[in-house]
Design a protein around this ligand. Structure first.
Ligand SMILES: [Zn+2]
Ligand SMILES: [Zn+2]
Length: 159
């Protein structure tokens, strides 16, 4: 059992968390929602086990509580995003289409990401024209099945 611990948090420092265990999936999403949400060309998502994720600080709120809002994704699924109420940085989301024992972490909030590589590019039908798809990821036009994302990440870990 890998008990590697990672730390992460928001930009203003009010929210901190610890993550143990290994990710289940890690990919880039080029849907229009992720472009708006990230203010960039794509969003990155990392699935981790809910019980591997622990808030260690949420200043201004009871510990373990974050601000949240619910949106409907391009796939039609409801997603609840959790963010810092002070600086607005998104920390993680819970997606209706995903088993409730997993959460979707925003991996850019981690301090150390050296050993993490995305295994897939999804919603490439709405990707920015200039973004050249890498040859070492799986490509999906829209929303893949959870098993496809988990499977592609397994392959990356083995290679
Ligand atoms: Zn913050
Ligand atoms: Zn997306």
């Amino acid at each position: 059992m890998n008990i590697q611990k990672r730390k992460g948090g928001c930009q203003c420092g009010e929210i901190s968390y610890e993550l143990s265990g290994l990710p289940i999936a890690l990919y880039r999403c080029h849907c229009t929602d992720c472009q708006i949400g990230s203010g960039s060309a794509f969003g990155m998502s990392m699935w981790v086990r809910q019980y591997d994720f622990n808030l260690t600080q949420s200043r201004g709120l009871p510990l373990g509580v974050l601000e949240s809002f619910v949106r409907t994704a391009d796939s039609g699924a409801k997603i609840e995003g959790f963010f810092c109420g002070s600086c607005g940085v998104r920390i993680y989301a819970k997606a209706a289409l995903l088993d409730s024992k997993y959460i979707v972490l925003k991996p850019g909030t981690l301090q150390d990401t050296d050993d993490l590589r995305p295994s897939a590019d999804i919603w490439i039908q709405s990707k920015q024209e200039w973004f050249e798809l890498p040859t070492n990821t799986k490509h999906f036009h829209g929303q893949p099945l959870p098993e496809e994302l988990i499977g592609s990440y397994e392959e990356v870990k083995l290679s």
